[in-house]
Structure formats: C-alpha cells, structure tokens
Write a protein that binds this ligand. Structure first.
Ligand SMILES: [Zn+2]
Length: 320
C-alpha cells in the first residue's frame, strides 16, 4: 500500500529529530534516542477527524492493558521545530512509563489491584505532565545550544529557551531550574474549550479525575472479584517519575514540598475527590500505606511490579 503524504512527512521528520537528539552534547540530556528505543514504545499515525488534539502517549488503552504507543493525530510533521518539541514531550511520557511504578498503580490497569487513591492519582498525572514539560524545555535548550539556527523554531511551542536559561543562571542548579519550569508550565492559561479562565493545571486535573472515575466505574461494572488495595504516593515514587530521563524535576535528594501535594486545586475539585474517596471507603487517604509498603507486603519491589505490569501481568495475591 502506498504511504500517505502524512506518513512520509512523519518518517522524514523522525530522521531529522533523531539527528537533533544525537547532536546534543549536554551531559544531562544525552542518550534520549537510545532510551526511547529501549522502551519498546511504538509510534503510530492515527488521524481522527472528530478530534482536534495532536495525539499523545497512550499508557493504558480501552482494553485496560499497557498500550505503550504514541498516537499522532494532527501533529504538523512538516514543521520540524514544532514536531521536535512535541515528539520529545511524548517520548518523555514513554520513558516515565518505564521507570514509574506509580503510573501503573492506576484503575485503568486491569492487572493492578493496588491502586493510588483518587487524590494521588491526580497528583501523579499532574507531576507526569510537569516533568514532561520541564524536560521538553531542557531538551530544546540543549538542542538549541548545538543548533543555534533552530532556536526560533524550537520556541514555536512550549516555554521559552531564554526563560529556562535565565532560571538556570539564577538558581545555578538543574533540579531547581526544572522545578520552577515545571510549575510555571502548568500555571499558564489553557486554550481548551471551557477553560478560557483556567490554567493548564486545572485542565489536566479534571481530565485525570474523569479518567479515574470512568475506570473505577468500569471495574465495578465488570464485577471484578479481587478486592482493591488503595495506596498513597511516597517520595520515592515521585523521585522515580522525576528521574525517568535526566536530573530529578521534583528535587534531589529531597522532594520539594510543592510536588508532594496537588498544587492549588480548586475547592470544587477537592470536594469531588473527597466524595469519590468516600464512595470507595477511603476515610483518610493520608493514612493509607504507600505504594512501596503495599508492594513489600506482597513480596514485590517497585522494580518487580513494574516488570510485571509492563508485561501486562498481574501481581501475585496479597500475603496474609
Ligand atoms: Zn503530556
């Protein structure tokens, strides 16, 4: 079958983007291509004319199995600067799925009966987005050092390279620079319908709440016999996410308090989280065991659980 023009543009752009990644010499961000190739993540063009989004990394599909594919919808592959930043962003999400067990303790994972409480599921989703945006900015900063003529093109999407450079000169510390970049990235205005007066942070929180709710409802409809153990996030889970690629976005060695809880959630969202937690019989989500503690109780480690869940396998039953 003849390749579509879109497929050809995609393949040409990927070659150019791979070369740009390979041209980076800054120690913190070398090896992106090799890490991505090792992840086993696929990339597919899936044009859906009913949707306006650009597509993105799919962690769990509708079949509730680890999907590990990036689906590109309306991404403009004829614009190398734009495609570079967007593809880098999605690839960071793919790498997060390789190193963060907490992303898999997710009601959308059919094989998981250890699941983050609603509040911390929203938190890990917020952190994943913050990390991807901070790292995409770090990668384009590093790529612009190696390819100064592309600086304007790289700046066509996301945060400005100049602002990142300024933050780095002020803080003189990569983790702090990534942290402030992460926070400002989600505090920007949101262009989505109905979110004109809100921030990207509000938008992602609502999407995560919706996903959680839908997946929990689906599990209940399927009359899943396995009781679910709800857990909270530990600092080690946040660290594992923040180091999926490059230095930790959330503080190193200690996690900054700004990343230990949802940042400025609306009163309405907090009420929704409390209502859903109550419906799930979670009386105090701060008193739950951490994900690591729950895994230890089953004779698992974060690494062994990741291996099983990435292979779409269930954990062994709980020890009594
Ligand atoms: Zn993202």
């Amino acid at each position: 079958m003849a390749k579509s023009q879109h497929q050809k543009n995609f393949e040409t752009a990927c070659v150019a983007i791979n070369q740009l990644w390979d041209s980076i010499t800054m120690a913190d961000v070398t090896g992106l291509r090799a890490a991505f190739e090792k992840s086993g993540c696929g990339e597919k063009i899936r044009i859906d004319k009913t949707r306006t989004d650009l597509g993105g990394f799919s962690l769990y599909g509708l079949d509730q199995r680890f999907d590990n594919n990036i689906y590109y919808n309306r991404l403009r592959f004829d614009d190398t600067g734009f495609a570079f930043v967007r593809r880098t962003h999605e690839i960071i999400h793919a790498l997060q799925a390789q190193s963060s067990v907490a992303l898999h303790a997710n009601p959308g994972n059919k094989n998981a009966d250890i699941i983050l409480c609603p509040r911390d599921y929203l938190l890990i989703r917020e952190l994943a987005e913050e990390d991807a945006r901070a790292k995409e900015t770090l990668v384009k900063y590093a790529a612009a050092q190696a390819n100064p003529h592309l600086t304007t093109a790289f700046n066509s999407t996301g945060l400005s390279i100049k602002d990142f450079e300024t933050a780095l000169s002020i803080h003189k510390n990569m983790s702090m620079t990534l942290a402030v970049t992460a926070i400002s990235a989600l505090n920007t205005g949101c262009a989505e319908d109905g979110y004109e007066q809100k921030t990207l942070r509000d938008y992602y929180a609502d999407m995560a709440f919706f996903d959680y709710y839908q997946n929990i409802a689906r599990r209940q409809n399927e009359a899943d016999e396995h009781p679910v153990q709800f857990v909270r996030l530990g600092d080690e889970d946040i660290y594992d996410l923040g180091t999926a690629f490059g230095p930790c976005t959330f503080g190193s060695p200690d996690i900054y308090p700004a990343f230990q809880e949802l940042l400025s959630p609306s009163a309405e969202l907090l009420t929704e989280i409390a209502g859903l937690s109550e419906a799930l019989d979670i009386t105090d989500d701060r008193a739950l065991p951490t994900l690591s503690e729950a895994l230890t109780g089953r004779g698992q480690t974060p690494q062994s659980a990741l291996t099983l869940w990435r292979a779409n396998s269930a954990l062994p039953p709980a020890l009594n």
